[in-house]
Design a protein around this ligand. Structure first.
Ligand code: LLP
Length: 445
């Protein structure tokens, strides 16, 4: 199919696709094409709500990381969004994987991902998580609590050994929302550098012959847009590496600085500057290690959102429009069951009418979901054409991370499908959840 592009795009909306996948193009009829596929066509073929994932955008983002961190291991954080296609793409692009459950791990390994390229996290690993990590041979297990140490060593058995890291908390405040800040004491992840619990855990790990401590891990939060907190954290972690050398005579060969790299959700918002991050981490690591007389460890980073987030677009159909109590509500056929982020973190998005051109003056509206709570709002106070009406399609960019991975079965609406678009063709990656799926799990009388 050939589709004409809008010639000489008006400057007024020149950057309204700024946070969309790079392949996004306006079409003359008001549609937007992503990966060469008009979104109305996706809605028509796969129904709504639906999630579109631009394969080339995911791959390009992997490549940007490989280029920015040529000497580091880049591990995609599976929690952002995982399915077998994404597992294949990130593997083909040379990334490793960070997983935090037996489910993510098993899906990856059974899809052909090499287990030695996988890091297993979790502040509360279940027996099944640990058994799966050991059975499938996850490359690193990141210890997050002292109780894991003896438990893991006992499961490994006397004749074997496993490579582990220790998650530490550097005492650095960073992250886009209180609920996703993990760099300070007083939250559940890691062991404190400040109060000595990290150092104590290191001694305990080193006393277990079944465990080989390869390095320290530090993930300070998510949706971080400044480089500085990473640099401060890295310095503090290197200080502990030096103490470990002094106390135990070993030099740890790896340092994992986690993910958390922020992306813009709306035009004009900041992204973390990846090249600056790579440059500053490398420079600080060399100087801090030189000052401490340490060999420079191999750096590991774990971006999730920055790989898949901006590659995804959510598509909704407008079901109801009403003006009441001085506010205009545009209610769509999805909501907090496919995107809990606005309700959880007050996340803001910029939905866009697609599929028809409107000459109506813009109006301020609240895009609400279809679920049974007042907090089910996808985008409050956004500009939409004043003639928005039931049947219209809305597209929400930057929907590729932490939407479907956090989706729920609320109201038995069912989780939307994921459709990959690339080079002008669309294919289903994950099918829609149906009533039969709900029924199938409901086994009691
Ligand atoms: N590594 C570890 C150990 C993590 O816990 C996380 C995210 C990442 C890497 C990847 O972080 P990213 O690069 O994606 O920011 N649901 C929240 C985000 C939670 C992040 C949890 N951990 C949201 O929707 O904003």
């Amino acid at each position: 199919m050939t589709t004409a592009l809008v010639p000489g795009t008006a400057s007024a909306d020149a950057d309204d696709l700024a946070v969309w996948p790079l392949s996004a193009r306006r079409l003359p009829d008001g549609d937007v094409m992503v990966g060469g596929v008009p979104l109305t066509e996706v809605a028509h073929r796969f129904d709504t709500p639906a999630y579109v994932l631009d394969e080339s955008e995911v791959r390009a983002r992997c490549r940007v990381y490989r280029a920015a961190f040529p000497d580091a291991d880049v591990m995609y954080a599976a929690k952002a969004f995982l399915c077998r296609a994404v597992i294949r793409w990130v593997h083909e692009e040379g990334l490793g994987l960070d997983v935090c459950s037996a489910g993510e791990l098993e899906l990856a390994v059974t899809a052909g991902f090499p287990p030695e390229r996988i890091i297993m996290h979790g502040n509360a690993k279940s027996p099944r998580d640990l058994e799966t990590a050991l059975r499938l041979g996850a490359g690193r297990i990141v210890i997050d609590s002292p109780s894991e140490i003896a438990r893991l060593a006992a499961s490994v058995g006397p004749q074997d050994h496993r490579r582990v890291m220790l998650r530490v908390t550097p005492g650095v405040l960073a992250g886009g929302h209180e609920k996703i800040r993990t760099g300070t004491d007083g939250q559940k992840f890691g062991l404190s550098l400040a109060d000595g619990s990290a150092e104590h855990a290191v001694a305990r790990i080193l006393s277990q012959p079944q465990l080989r401590l390869t390095g320290l891990h530090c993930h300070i939060g998510s949706q971080i847009t400044e480089v500085e907190p990473y640099v401060t954290s890295l310095r503090r972690v290197v200080d502990l590496m030096a103490r470990i050398r002094d106390l135990h005579g070993i030099i740890l060969p790896e340092l994992d600085m986690g993910g958390g790299h922020g992306v813009p959700y709306r035009p004009g918002e900041r992204a973390l500057d990846r090249s600056a991050l790579a440059r500053e981490l490398r420079a600080t690591l060399s100087s801090a290690c030189a000052a401490a007389g340490l060999d420079v460890p191999r750096l590991v980073v774990e971006p999730g959102r920055a790989i898949t987030g901006p590659a995804g677009v959510a598509l909704y159909r407008v079901l109801a429009v009403k003006r009441t109590g001085g506010q205009m509500f545009v209610a769509v056929d999805g909501g907090m069951s496919d995107n809990p982020r606005p309700a959880l973190y007050g996340a803001r998005y910029t939905p866009r009418l697609i599929g028809r051109r409107s000459c109506a003056a813009p109006t301020t509206a609240t895009v609400a979901g279809r679920h049974c709570e007042a907090g089910d709002v996808l985008a409050a106070d956004v500009e939409l054409p004043g003639d928005i009406r039931p049947g219209d399609l809305l597209a929400v960019p930057v929907a590729g991370a932490y939407h479907l991975s956090m989706a729920s079965g609320y109201n038995m609406v069912g989780r939307p499908p994921v459709v990959a678009v690339t080079d002008g063709s669309a294919r289903l990656l994950v099918r829609r959840e149906t009533l039969d799926d709900f029924r199938g799990r409901d086994v009691g009388e």
